[in-house]
Each structure stands twice: as structure tokens, then as C-alpha cells.
Write a protein that binds this ligand. Structure first.
Ligand SMILES: C[S@@+](CC[C@H](N)C(=O)[O-])C[C@H]1O[C@@H](n2cnc3c(N)ncnc32)[C@H](O)[C@@H]1O
Length: 226
């Protein structure tokens, strides 16, 4: 289990291009209404005012998958975590355009939010096209590592899903190695079709679309928390 007192470093970009006026307005006006509170324990009541199943996406990018899942299950609560400001703006745009009332956003490290949730409180965790950190000396920065996975495992309800998507062959091999040696997750695939074909209830992400355009293969892993 991660030691919460450990100082963690968040790698990667926090901001890209400068925001346009409309985007700044979204950040100033809509973000405060949907932001995960900065401190204190978190649960469905704190976030949504009543009990409901919770799902969490780590690194939602521009937010199309988060929004797609939230629109498909309006009775569930969705927590999206993404440190990249331009991505948060994208998600805010989906929340506004699709009138989503069941999404909360954390602009920062997903692990900080996971730590504050009760154990066995999540119905699903999504990790789609995580930063691959391809150099071997950076492998510890990958989200698929035992520290983050211990936390994800603790917060998922038994029998519920951790979904991982990647188009990076190194990350694919790495993830299979790390996940296969864990005793708390079971890979649900029975045939290659199960991990080579995007499930119908898995909205396409921006990275995934880009990867396919570049001719990459994409792998879809679903694990059950035991
Ligand atoms: C390659 S992008 C993929 C984005 C999106 N999931 C998609 O498929 O289009 C990886 C994303 O993970 C985010 N990320 C990296 N570390 C993170 C962390 N500790 N917590 C939350 N998000 C993180 C990055 O900012 C980046 O937007």
C-alpha cells in the first residue's frame, strides 16, 4: 500500500497552449461547481449529495471517454482526474454541452484522490493510454506499478473492474507482466478478440483515435478485482 506520507512527484505537462477567452470562463465559472473538494474524506454523499455507485478515470485527457461513460450511466457518479489544464477545459466543455450533472473533476494527481476515498468504494477505475515513460530508467513513473495498483485495488469493490487501454507495445508487455503477477486482479479475457477489440461500452479516446490513425494496434484490458 502506498504510504500517504511519501512525497510523490507528478510528472508530465500541466499546461499547453494558452486558453481562449471562452475556455478561461469555463475554468472560472464551471470548474468551481464541479471540482472535487481540496481536502477531507470523499464519498458519494460528499461529492453528489447522495449515495450512488462511483467510477474514477485516471488521466482523462480531453474527457471524451469520461463524458461518454457519465452520459451512459446518469445514476452513477464519475470522478475524473487530470493535471493538464487544457484537458480539464475539454472535460468542462463536455460537461456543459451534454448537461452532465454526475461528473466531478480533480485537476491534479489521481492518486491523491484515490487515497481519500473509502476502501472498496469504486465500481470501476479507468486508465486509458497512460503516459508510457518508454525509457527503462523511467519505468517507476508508470501508473502500472505495484504502488498505484495497491491503491486502485484497495479502492475497488471486489468483483468490479479496472480497465486499462494502451497502444504502446512496451507498456502493453509491461502491464501484462505486472498485472499477471498480482493475486488481487484477474484478467477477464478468454480469447484474443476480448483484448484486441474495443468493447461497445468503452468510448474511444483522443489518444486512441490518434493511435489508430497512425496504424497502431490498441489493446483493451479488463481486470476484475478479486
Ligand atoms: C497519453 S495521455 C492519455 C489521455 C487520455 N486518457 C486519452 O486516452 O486520450 C495521459 C494522460 O495522463 C495524465 N496523467 C499523468 N499522470 C497522471 C496522474 N498521476 N494523475 C492523473 N492524470 C495523470 C496526463 O496529464 C495525460 O493527460
Amino acid at each position: 500500500m502506498n504510504d500517504p506520507t511519501t512525497i510523490r512527484r507528478l510528472y508530465g505537462r500541466r499546461q499547453g497552449h494558452k486558453l481562449r477567452q471562452g475556455q478561461s470562463a469555463l475554468v472560472e465559472e464551471l470548474l468551481p461547481a464541479v471540482e472535487v473538494p481540496a481536502t477531507g474524506p470523499l464519498d458519494a454523499r460528499t461529492l453528489f449529495g447522495r449515495d450512488r455507485p462511483l467510477e474514477l478515470e485516471i488521466g482523462f485527457g480531453a474527457g471524451e471517454h469520461l463524458a461518454g461513460q457519465a452520459a451512459a450511466r446518469p445514476d452513477h457518479g464519475f470522478i475524473g482526474c487530470e493535471p493538464f489544464l487544457n484537458g480539464v477545459v475539454g472535460a468542462l466543455g463536455h460537461i456543459r454541452d451534454r448537461g452532465l450533472e454526475n461528473v466531478r473533476l480533480h485537476m491534479g494527481d489521481a492518486l491523491d484522490v484515490l487515497e481519500r476515498l473509502p476502501d472498496a468504494s469504486l465500481d470501476r477505475v479507468y486508465l486509458l493510454h497512460p503516459d508510457p515513460w518508454p525509457k527503462a530508467r523511467h519505468a517507476k513513473r508508470r501508473m502500472v506499478n505495484d504502488g498505484p495498483l495497491d491503491l486502485i485495488a484497495a479502492k475497488l469493490k471486489p468483483g468490479h473492474e479496472f480497465r486499462l487501454g494502451t497502444d504502446d507495445p512496451t507498456y502493453c508487455r509491461w502491464s501484462m507482466m505486472v498485472m499477471n503477477r498480482r493475486r488481487d486482479f484477474e484478467w477477464t479475457a478468454r480469447t484474443p478478440h476480448d483484448f484486441l477489440t474495443r468493447p461497445d461500452d468503452w468510448p474511444e479516446t483522443r489518444y486512441e483515435r490518434k493511435a489508430r490513425r497512425q496504424g497502431h494496434e490498441v489493446w483493451y484490458f479488463t481486470y476484475t478485482k478479486l
